[in-house]
Structures are given as structure tokens and as C-alpha cells.
Design a protein around this ligand. Structure first.
Ligand code: COA
Length: 291
């Protein structure tokens, strides 16, 4: 029996296209990859946006492209999330242009593979500063406006720190801090109408992160055996974003949503997967119960 492969779906085919009309998104890391796709999806549902990043050329090109393809406005705000002053400026420019912030994506991140024994103190600190402290800085700079709009945060984390992922000590420590920060934000700001959730992308193809962390020829094998039958697409993360920012998620806060095709839950024992579940007869000799 062949394994089912779940389809990749556009968010515009699922959600009403004007649900974010009049809203404003502030997205760090929005110049490329997953966060750019998240921004595009939110804009396609009616919002204007600011994307924040370090490289002005790339940011400006992305902002123009996003505005062109969605018909909404997009501001490119150059800032390093490690620098609160630069972030406050990006927020001030956003308020000057749109007069509000409803949604914030804390997505700026840094990653590379390095063993604990070979990683310098500065290497560890740099990633913690971008991911964890950058998230805190972004929250601090935007919160007064998100309180006003009774808006919502999504933090882009990962699933790798749920277990011991080799060569990822810096990112694991940083993302654990991001998850914890979101939970505290949710309980402190919930009574003021602000929600905060985490999206934890699993294996997503075609991103800078994937390029940095996996072998080109698939010989690493770490992305095989995903229960839904395929690796993730940036559209999968975009769909989760639309849902979590929408009113349909108004009772959901303080949560971590892994968008990983079920891979986090898979423990295939020693049995071939997915063959052993598609064709139990193939492992009949090992199963005591009646098939
Ligand atoms: N292996 C080991 N150490 C590394 C490294 C690697 N591949 N890349 C950077 N570092 C170390 C540097 O050696 C330096 O430490 P040192 O001063 O002890 O030598 C420290 O990390 C800071 O590096 P630097 O390049 O000065 O920092 P930066 O702020 O310019 O860059 C990074 C930030 C390191 C995260 C960089 O990889 C980056 O900009 N990445 C782009 C964004 C990204 O990673 N996207 C993927 C998202 S999943």
C-alpha cells in the first residue's frame, strides 16, 4: 500500500480574504524564508506590514515584492533585533506610517551547525542574543501598541530542543527561552486582551535554515519518515499563522504549535516506517494481537 502524501494548500483557499483588513503586522526576519511567507499570507488577507531585518537591500526588494504581489503596503525597516534602539525606531516608523500594530511575528533567528566543544562563547551568545533577547526586545518595543489594538504575537521557534539535537546547543537554548517567554507574555498580557503563541516549524524545505542544516543529497536521512508523507512547505507555516492570528484562535494563547507533519511524535521502534503501519501483515510475526 502506498503512503498518503498530504497536499500543500494555499491559505487563500481556506480563509476569507479580508479577515485582516485594516490590521498591521510587524515581522522581524520578514525579508526572507519562512517569515516572508508568513508576512505574505497575512498581507493577502488584508493587512499592511512592516518587515524588519539587517540587510537593507534584501529587505527593500522583499517589501516591494510583497506589496506588488498582495496589493497591500509593506515598509522595509532596517534593524538588528539585538539593538533595542534600532527596534524602537522601526516601531516608530511603523506607527508613523500606519498608526497601529495588531500582529507581531518574532521571527529573526540565527543558526549554524557547531558542536559544544567547537563553539565559541561568542558563537553561543550571538544566537541567544538574536533569537531569545531579540524576541524580548521585539516584545518590549511593540507591546504598548499591541495592548492598544488587543493584538497577538507569534514567535517562530523550533522542535529541536524537545530532544538533544547534536550541533544545536546554541539554538536549543535560545528556542527554549523563546517558548518560555511566550508563555509568560500570554499570562501577563492575556487580561489586557493580548495573545501570544509559538509556531514550531518542523522540517521545512527550500529555506535558508534547511540549506544550512541538512546535506544537499539527502544522505543525512533525518527528514525521512514524516507521518504525513512529505517535508513541510513555507505555506504550511503561513496557514498556521493565519489561523493563530485570526479570531478563530481567540481562546488559544500561551501554546506551542508544532507544524511538523507529526514527526515529533514518531518513534518507529525497529519496524520499517511507514510500511509497518500501512501493511501490518508485513510485521505479523512480531505482533501478538490479532491482525
Ligand atoms: N560555526 C561556528 N561558529 C560560528 C559560525 C559557524 N558556522 N558562524 C558564526 N560563528 C561564530 C563566530 O565565529 C563568532 O564567534 P567568535 O567571535 O568567537 O569567532 C560568533 O559566532 C558571531 O559571529 P558573527 O559572524 O560575528 O555574527 P553575526 O552577528 O554577523 O552573524 C550568525 C550571526 C552567526 C547567526 C550568522 O550565522 C548569520 O547572520 N546568519 C544569518 C541568519 C541565519 O542564520 N538564518 C538561518 C535561520 S534558521
Amino acid at each position: 500500500m502506498k503512503a498518503y502524501v498530504s497536499p500543500i494548500v494555499d491559505s487563500t483557499t481556506v480563509f476569507k480574504n479580508d479577515i485582516f483588513k485594516g490590521k498591521v503586522l510587524f515581522c522581524t526576519g520578514g525579508g526572507s524564508g519562512i517569515c516572508k511567507a508568513m508576512t505574505e499570507a497575512v498581507m493577502r488577507h488584508g493587512a499592511n506590514a512592516t518587515i524588519v531585518g539587517r540587510k537593507l537591500d534584501r529587505l527593500t526588494a522583499s517589501a516591494e515584492e510583497l506589496a506588488r504581489t498582495t496589493g497591500r503596503q509593506c515598509l522595509a525597516a532596517q534593524a538588528d533585533v539585538r539593538d533595542p534602539k534600532q527596534l524602537h525606531e522601526a516601531v516608530a516608523n511603523t506607527i508613523a506610517k500606519y498608526a497601529r500594530i495588531d500582529f507581531v511575528i518574532c521571527g529573526a533567528a540565527g543558526n549554524f551547525l557547531a558542536p559544544i566543544s567547537g563553539l565559541s562563547e561568542n558563537g553561543f551568545r550571538t544566537v541567544v542574543e538574536i533569537d531569545a533577547i531579540g524576541t524580548y526586545n521585539t516584545i518590549k518595543a511593540t507591546l504598548p501598541y499591541v495592548r492598544e489594538s488587543k493584538g497577538s504575537y507569534i514567535h517562530v521557534s523550533a522542535t529541536l530542543h524537545y530532544r538533544g539535537t547534536p550541533y544545536q546547543v546554541h539554538v536549543s537554548a535560545a528556542k527554549a527561552a523563546v517558548d518560555a517567554t511566550s508563555a509568560v507574555l500570554a499570562v501577563e498580557e492575556g487580561p489586557r486582551g493580548v495573545r501570544s503563541n509559538v509556531i514550531a516549524p518542523g522540517p521545512i524545505s527550500g529555506t535558508e535554515g534547511a540549506d544550512r542544516l541538512t546535506t544537499k543529497d539527502g544522505s543525512g536521512g533525518g527528514w525521512a519518515n514524516i507521518p504525513v508523507g512529505r517535508t513541510g512547505d513555507v505555506k504550511d507555516i503561513a496557514n498556521a499563522t493565519i489561523f493563530l492570528f485570526s479570531d478563530a484562535a481567540s481562546f488559544i494563547t500561551g501554546q506551542v504549535l508544532p507544524v511538523d507533519g507529526g514527526s515529533e511524535h514518531l518513534r518507529p521502534l525497529g519496524l520499517p516506517y511507514p510500511q509497518s503501519v500501512l501493511d501490518p501483515e508485513s510485521v505479523k510475526g512480531m505482533i501478538k494481537s490479532r491482525l
